[in-house]
Ligand binder design. Structure first.
Ligand code: SF4
Ligand code: SF4
Length: 262
């Protein structure tokens, strides 16, 4: 994959940030592993600083607030203001399961350009909620995409891949490395998996490296543009690919995990 530059910034499809790691649903094979992560919400000022540094070298078409469920963040307007002020992208979007979106304050809708509403067959959002969200998006000029999802793709393999050839093949077939770029805790990643896979699977696989540190690019790097280009255009897999199926997993009917015991 080769990337074009414009005014010294790498042009990309999109960039996302997990503004929360927790969620009000527990989807099986959740891509960011939310059902297995502790409650956490990003600091707007910390995210804003990461985005300011990244905006010097990266120009994504769209910046997405994802999670977890982003509407669980205690101060979404501040997150959106920090993202807007960073200049990272003209299009600010949020991806949600919708259960909290209908009652969110106007201050959130006023700051958004787009919303993606994921409606899961295993936890269907009532039609009246979809209608209310549609109405509020229309009132505030927010472009709404509704995605009905009735299957999930297995992302976490039953065991890590043992052969390097298998890891290379998984990485080569994976489209997430182009479409799901992530900024998280001072690093840029070409997909959303590295920061959380070690947290969740590390205790099971003691040989696993610290994936959040060995993958990705630190935003502190003095030669950030060159490092980012080299990272994005390389053909070698991430260390995380050994613990991931990318776009190669089987599809299964969508399902929810049982509620965790507290
Ligand atoms: S709604 Fe999204 S973030 Fe929440 S568990 Fe499902 S896939 Fe994960
Ligand atoms: S870890 Fe590798 S296989 Fe998994 S989503 Fe990222 S690039 Fe794709």
């Amino acid at each position: 994959m080769r990337y074009e530059l414009h005014d010294g910034r790498i042009l990309t499809w999109s960039l996302e940030a997990h503004v929360t790691t927790h969620c009000n649903l527990r989807c099986v094979q959740c891509c960011p592993l939310s059902p297995h992560l502790p409650t956490w919400a990003v600091s707007p000022s910390v995210l804003g600083e990461d985005l300011r540094r990244l905006a010097r070298v990266l120009r994504p078409n769209i910046f997405k607030l994802t999670g977890g469920e982003p509407f669980l963040h205690p101060d979404l307007p501040a997150v959106l203001d920090a993202a807007r002020a960073s200049g990272i992208s003209e299009q600010l979007s949020i991806t949600t399961n919708g259960f909290l979106a209908q009652s969110a304050p106007d201050a959130v809708y006023e700051r958004l350009d787009r919303m993606t509403l994921s409606v899961y067959s295993s936890a269907p959002l009532p039609e009246r909620s979809i209608a209310r969200i549609t109405e509020r998006c229309e009132q505030h000029g927010v472009h709404l995409s509704v995605k009905h999802i009735d299957a999930f793709q297995q992302l976490t393999p039953d065991t890590p891949h043992t052969s390097d050839a298998a890891v290379r093949a998984i990485h080569e077939r994976c489209w997430l490395k182009v479409r799901c770029h992530l900024v998280h805790a001072g690093r840029f990643y070409s997909c959303t998996r590295p920061p959380h896979v070690a947290t969740v699977l590390g205790p099971t696989y003691p040989e696993m490296p610290t994936l959040a540190e060995v993958d990705g690019v630190s935003l502190d790097a003095p030669d950030l543009l060159e490092r980012m280009l080299g990272y994005l255009e390389r053909d070698t897999p991430l260390a995380t690919c050994r613990y991931c199926l990318g776009a190669s997993g089987d599809f299964r009917p969508h399902a929810q995990l049982p509620r965790a015991r507290v």
